[in-house]
Design a protein around this ligand. Structure first.
Ligand code: ARG
Length: 588
């Protein structure tokens, strides 16, 4: 369905033209004076100079041509030259009924669906998931769902950090603890055991110990670096350990992401890019894109229009080791070959923006990524504690994802218990569902690039701009619809009626923004716009609900209209939170 704004703009454009003015001036916006009108056009003021006419005269001319408008009512020209408009109630009801009849709620899907690859999650294998990865997972999952909602073919890739120094550390520590294992016998040529020689618990204990020791013990650090090198050069026993680490960690990661309702289509990692690196380096050298600078192999990415210095993208260190940028470039080669994406969207801490700028420029310059493929970096800010510093546990350690979720769910459980509307057995499940909304909405309602304060108390509140408030609103609507149906009455065939009062109209005006909001949220990769929208929508619903008797309404036609509007409101809210990656319970 066409967006309501476009429909209004069309009528305005026709009126401007009919009155002899350029339709360029027929821009429509939401009213910033909702007490006076719903939409407005300021084009008469903009055109005054060109036509050497007083804006109010232009506005009057245009308003005259709108007298038989299909969608607009109460069109007035107001000094100095505003055109104020309201939508016809019949028109709005009709639009909403069309939305309601459409499975996609009237969303205009992309005309030419593309292939979109979302690189998010970015977990580092064998290191615990921490809050830094939480944002990537939450925002990335939302972007992936949004792209899919717009009709694109989408793949979400976790792109694990699975090839670095941490692997060498674990191998070294394991060697010390269990030197008898066959992986460490240089002359061993039999089959290695199928079972990993450690559990996920041990693995998580091994890494921090090894990492701390390497910082103090130079010999140990050298051994870990050497183990990393041997692993990367194909040492048979170390590769086998690596496979065990991957198996055990990926199973654990899957469980963790599952509990966040985050699902990847591809479980690839930095290691998958390795086989592309030697050829890439060879051809970069041959084609003259890369050159040696201070012993290292680099690609210059400085551009003339740059106002500051952009350092070259490093491809190979003097000792032959590859770097973060090398892997990301090689991964792009692999992605172009395997999926030929039209758009690749990367999620990572915004402090990585220089890295992505270098990689993107290098990819373009070398032709690894063609012009038609958009590369986008969506950098996010830090999640801070109430003290304004990066989120930590009470004892000052890095907060683990599981404990963070645990903290929110505990708080939710308490709140639900005091509410007592949910049976004991259901309470645990409900606490998890509502807790998820608290975490995700708390994050997504902020512009991604901004730092934000993770405030358990505020995020779990049933009031204010929070996930639980949105869910509470949905649950309230569900409960009314259930009661209505409990009397044997049917809902699906009901039609929205032209609004009976201001509150109902205000709710309708929010509902019909849906397709506009979803589309621009995707264009701008701005999930916070969806949050702001559902907050307004929930507020409009609650105002309507408090001022209107719905189930007690005696006028049957009126009541049917209300119920149809409620059912549509619920679908719109649910569809939005589905994009955001959470869901509503039955009760709370
Ligand atoms: N593993 C990285 C980190 O923990 C994030 C990876 C982001 N994606 C990428 N293609 N570089 O910071």
């Amino acid at each position: 369905m066409r967006k309501i704004m476009d429909l209004i703009a069309d009528e305005l454009a026709a009126a401007f033209e009919a009155a002899g003015y350029d339709k360029e001036y027929a821009k429509v916006t939401l009213s910033n004076r909702p007490d006076l009108c719903e939409y407005q056009c300021n084009g008469a003021m903009a055109g005054a100079k060109a036509y050497r006419r007083a804006p109010i005269m232009i506005a009057n001319d245009v308003v005259e041509r709108l007298s038989d408008s299909r969608c607009l009512a109460e069109i007035t020209a107001v000094k100095p030259g505003f055109i104020n408009m309201k939508l016809k109630n019949e028109y709005v009801a009709d639009y909403l009924n069309q939305m309601s009849a459409d499975e996609e709620l009237g969303l205009e899907r992309a005309k030419t669906p593309g292939m979109v690859l979302v690189d998010y999650g970015g977990a580092n294998v064998a290191k615990p998931l921490h809050v830094g990865h939480l944002r990537s997972a939450i925002i990335g999952e939302g972007i992936k769902r949004l792209a899919r909602r717009m009709g694109h073919r989408v793949l979400g890739d976790i792109h694990m950090g699975d090839w670095g120094y941490q692997m060498g550390l674990i191998i070294t520590e394991l060697h010390e603890r269990k030197p008898g294992l066959p992986y460490f016998q240089e002359d061993f040529d039999g089959e290695y055991p199928k079972e990993a020689p450690f559990t996920i618990g041990e693995l998580e204990e091994i890494y921090p110990k090894a990492s701390a020791r390497a910082k103090e013990d130079e010999e140990y650090r050298k051994a870990a670096l050497e183990a990393t090198r041997l692993l990367q050069n194909g040492h048979r026993g170390y590769r086998a350990i690596w496979s065990h680490i991957m198996e055990v960690s990926v199973a654990d990661l899957k469980k963790n992401y599952e509990s966040l309702n985050v699902h990847f289509d591809l479980w690839k990692g930095e290691s998958d890019a390795q086989s592309y690196i030697p050829d890439m380096i060879e051809s970069l050298k041959q084609e003259g894109y890369a050159h040696i600078d201070d012993g290292a192999l680099v690609i210059d990415v400085q551009e003339e229009s740059d106002t500051k210095e952009i350092p070259p993208c490093m491809i190979q260190k003097s000792d032959g080791a590859s770097l973060y940028g090398t892997t990301d470039l090689a991964t792009l080669i692999q992605r172009m070959e395997d999926y030929d994406p039209d758009q690749v969207i990367y999620l990572a801490d915004k402090r990585q923006d220089l890295h992505f700028l270098q990689v993107f420029r290098a990819a373009r310059k070398t032709g690894i990524v063609p012009e038609k493929t958009r590369l986008e970096f969506l950098g996010f800010g830090t999640m801070n504690g109430k003290d304004g510093k990066p989120f930590k546990t009470r004892d000052g350690g890095v907060m683990r994802l599981e404990s963070l979720i645990g903290e929110i769910v505990d708080e939710m459980r308490k709140k639900i218990a005091t509410n007592r509307t949910v049976a004991q057995e259901e309470a645990e499940e409900t606490a998890k569902i509502v807790g998820m909304s608290a975490i995700k909405y708390g994050d997504l309602s902020n512009q991604a690039s901004k730092d934000y304060v993770f405030d358990v108390e505020r995020f779990t509140s049933f009031e204010g701009n929070t996930g639980p408030y949105i869910l509470y609103t949905i649950v309230r609507i569900k409960s009314i619809l259930n009661k209505y149906q409990a009397d044997g009455k049917e809902i699906s065939s009901l039609k929205v009626e032209p609004a009976h009062d201001e509150n109902e109209k205000a709710l309708m005006l929010e509902v019909l923004k849906y397709n506009d909001v979803i589309e621009s949220a995707f264009e701008e990769l701005a999930l916070h716009k969806i949050c702001a929208y559902i907050y307004d929508l929930a507020n409009a619903f609650n105002r309507f609900y408090h001022e209107t008797k719905i189930l007690a309404e005696e006028d049957v036609t009126k009541q049917k209209g209300y119920i149809a509007l409620l059912a549509l409101t619920k679908r719109v809210l649910e569809s939005c939170i589905d994009v955001l990656g959470f869901a509503a319970p039955e009760r709370m």
